[in-house]
Write a protein that binds this ligand. Structure first.
Ligand code: NAD
Length: 493
C-alpha cells in the first residue's frame, strides 16, 4: 500500500516521487510505503488551504459543526477497524488503540457542540448608546505537526477545534504512523468537508515539517513532540512572529504516601508506567514513595510486573506491546546502562527482548530501578520507554519538592487518603495535570491538556482552551448614539 498526500481533496504523489517504508513494530514487517514529500507539496497544500479557508470561514459555525458530528459518527462506526490499523502501525495494545480512537470520537462530538457556542463576551460600554463585544475569528491556515505515539487522537485534538472555528488545516503527521492520517482524511472527505479545508502532507521533520513552519501563509503552528524539536520550532516562529502552541515531553511522577491504598497505587503505577510501553507524554517514569511503605510497594510492583504479558498488541491478552522502532530500543537501553552506572539498583527488567517471538519486533522488558536519587539522569530526562525510577522521601513536602525539581511539568499523581495532603498537592504540584488516587495518564478531552516548564509554552490542547490557539479575539464597538462619542478622553457627561 502506497500512502499519498491528501491535497485539495485529492490523493497525490509527492513531488519528490519518494517513499519510505512503514514498519509494524510488533513484527518488523513493512506494512506500507509513505510519501516523503518536499517543500513544494507543502506550498501546494497551503495555497489551496488559503483559498478554501475564505469560503469555509463564511459557513455558519453550526453548519461547520454538523460535518464534525458526521466525522464523529464515522469514527464510531469504524472504531474497531481503525484500532486494529493503529495497533499495527504504532504497536500499542488493542484496548489502548480503541481508547485512542474513542478520544477522537469524543473530541468530534465535543467540538461539534462548540459550533453552537464559540462564545465571546458582551460587556457594557463606558459610553451611552454604545455596545461592546468580543468575538473569536479564525486565524486562517493552521499547520499541525504531530508525533507517532498518538497517531489519531492528537490530530483530532488539534484539527477539530481548528476546523469548527473556521480555519483550514495542513497536517504533517509523523512518518512512522501515516496510516491513521490517511484514514482521518478519508473520513473528513466522506463526512462532506469541502476540498481544501483539510490536507495531509507526509514526510520528514527537517524538510516537510520545517517548510510548514516557515511558510508565510501558515498563521499558527500547533506542535506535539519532543522538547528538542519544539524548541527549534519555537525559535523559528519567534523570528517570524508566528503563534506557536507546543506540547512536549514529560517526566511524570506518582507520589505514594504512607497512608495510601497500596493495591490501588500499584494498579495506577503499572498502568501509567507500562501502558503504551511507557511511550506516553504522560507516562509515569518516577515513583516518589514514602520511606515507610517503600519496601512493600516494591514487593507488590515486582509481583505485578512479572504478571505482565508482553507481545503483539493485537493479542487481547497482551498488556505491553513493542516500542516504536530499533532506534527507540537502543535509546531506552542506553538510559538503562546510564542508570546502572549512576548507581541505581535494577529491580526488574533492564534488557531488550530478542528471543523467540520477540526476535523480529522491538520489545523492551518492563524495567524498574530503585534507590534512585533525584539528581540522576534517569530521574530527570525523558526516556520514553517502559522504565520507571523509584525514589524514597520522608514527607509530603519532600515529595512535592522532588516532583517539582525536573525541567518538565506535564502530569503528576498522588496516592493518599488524607484530604489535607490532597489539597496541598493540588495546590503545590507544579504540573499542568494533577491526578488524585489515579496514575499519571487518563486525560479527558473536555479539560485543557498540556504542561508547564519544559513541557509547553502556555497553550493547551483540548477543552475550550484549544480554541484559544486557533482563534484571534476581535473586539467590536458599535456606537448607536448618532454622534461622535470619544472614549479614552475625560468628559463631563
Ligand atoms: P519528535 O519531536 O521527534 O517529532 C514530532 C513531529 O515533529 C514529527 O512529525 C516529526 O517529523 C516533526 N519534526 C521533527 N523535526 C522537525 C523539524 N525540524 N521541523 C518541523 N517538524 C519536525 O517527537 P516523536 O519522537 O515523534 O514523539 C515523541 C515525543 O513527543 C516525546 O517527547 C513525547 O513526550 C512527546 N509528546 C508530547 C505530548 C504532549 O501533549 N505533551 C503528547 C505526545 C507526545
Amino acid at each position: 500500500m502506497e500512502i499519498q498526500n491528501y491535497i485539495n481533496g485529492e490523493w497525490k504523489e509527492p513531488s519528490t516521487g519518494q517513499f519510505a517504508p512503514v514498519i509494524n513494530p510488533a513484527t518488523g514487517e513493512t506494512i506500507a510505503e509513505v510519501a516523503m514529500s518536499g517543500p513544494n507539496d507543502i506550498d501546494e497544500a497551503v495555497q489551496a488551504a488559503k483559498e478554501a479557508q475564505r469560503q469555509w470561514a463564511l459557513v455558519p459555525a453550526p453548519k461547520r459543526a454538523e460535518i464534525l458530528y458526521k466525522v464523529g459518527m464515522l469514527l464510531k462506526e469504524r472504531k474497531e477497524q481503525l484500532a486494529r490499523l493503529l495497533t499495527m502501525e504504532m504497536g500499542k495494545v488493542i484496548e489502548e488503540a480503541r481508547g485512542e480512537v474513542q478520544e477522537g470520537i469524543d473530541m468530534a462530538f465535543y467540538m461539534a457542540g462548540e459550533g453552537r457556542r464559540l462564545f465571546g463576551d458582551t460587556t457594557p460600554s463606558e459610553l451611552k448608546d454604545k455596545f461592546a463585544m468580543s468575538v473569536r475569528v479564525p486565524v486562517g491556515v493552521v499547520g499541525i505537526i504531530t508525533p507517532w505515539n498518538f497517531p489519531i487522537a492528537i490530530a483530532t485534538w488539534k484539527s477539530f477545534p481548528a476546523i469548527v472555528a473556521g480555519n483550514a488545516v495542513v497536517w504533517k503527521p509523523a512518518p512512522e504512523t501515516p496510516i491513521m492520517a490517511q484514514e482521518l482524511a478519508r473520513i473528513f472527505e466522506e463526512a462532506g468537508l469541502p476540498p481544501g479545508v483539510f490536507h495531509v502532507v507526509h514526510g520528514d521533520g527537517p524538510t516537510v515539517g520545517n517548510a510548514l513552519v516557515e511558510h508565510p501563509d501558515v498563521k499558527v503552528i500547533s506542535f506535539t513532540g519532543s522538547n528538542e524539536v519544539g524548541r527549534m520550532i519555537a525559535e523559528k516562529c519567534g523570528r517570524l512572529l508566528k503563534k506557536v502552541s507546543l506540547e512536549m515531553g514529560g517526566k511524570n511522577a506518582v507520589i505514594v504516601m504512607d497512608d495510601a491504598d497500596l493495591t490501588l497505587a500499584v494498579d495506577g503505577i503499572i498502568w501509567s508506567a507500562f501502558g503504551t510501553s511507557g511511550q506516553r507524554c504522560t507516562a509515569c517514569s518516577r515513583v516518589i514513595v514514602h520511606e515507610r511503605v517503600k519496601q512493600e510497594l516494591e514487593r507488590r510492583l515486582l509481583e505485578a510486573v512479572k504478571a505482565l504479558k508482553i507481545g503483539n498488541g493485537l493479542d487481547e491478552t497482551v498488556k505491553v506491546g513493542p516500542v516504536i522502532h530499533e532506534e527507540a530500543l537502543q535509546k531506552i537501553d542506553r538510559y538503562v546502562r546510564i542508570g546502572v552506572e549512576e548507581g541505581a539498583k535494577l529491580l526488574v527488567g533492564g534488557y531488550i527482548l530478542r528471543e523467540g517471538d520477540y526476535a523480529r519486533g522491538f520489545y523492551y522488558a518492563p524495567t524498574i530501578f530503585t534507590d534512585v536519587t533525584p539528581n540522576m539522569r534517569i530521574a530527570r530526562e525523558e526516556i520514553f520507554g517502559p522504565v520507571v525510577s523509584i525514589m524514597s522521601v520522608r514527607s509530603l513536602d519532600e515529595a512535592i519538592a522532588v516532583n517539582n525539581s525536573v525541567d518538565y511539568g506535564l502530569s503528576s499523581a498522588i496516592f493518599t487518603r488524607d484530604v489535607n495532603r490532597v489539597f496541598r498537592a493540588m495546590r503545590d504540584l507544579d504540573t499542568g495535570i494533577v491526578y488524585v488516587n489515579a496514575g499519571t495518564t487518563g486525560a479527558e478531552i473536555h479539560l485543557p491538556f498540556g504542561g508547564t516548564k519544559g513541557t509547553g509554552n502556555g497553550h493547551r490542547d483540548s477543552g475550550v482552551a484549544a480554541l484559544d490557539v486557533f482563534t484571534e479575539w476581535r473586539s467590536i464597538y458599535v456606537d448607536f448614539s448618532g454622534k461622535l462619542q470619544r472614549a479614552q478622553i475625560d468628559t463631563d457627561d
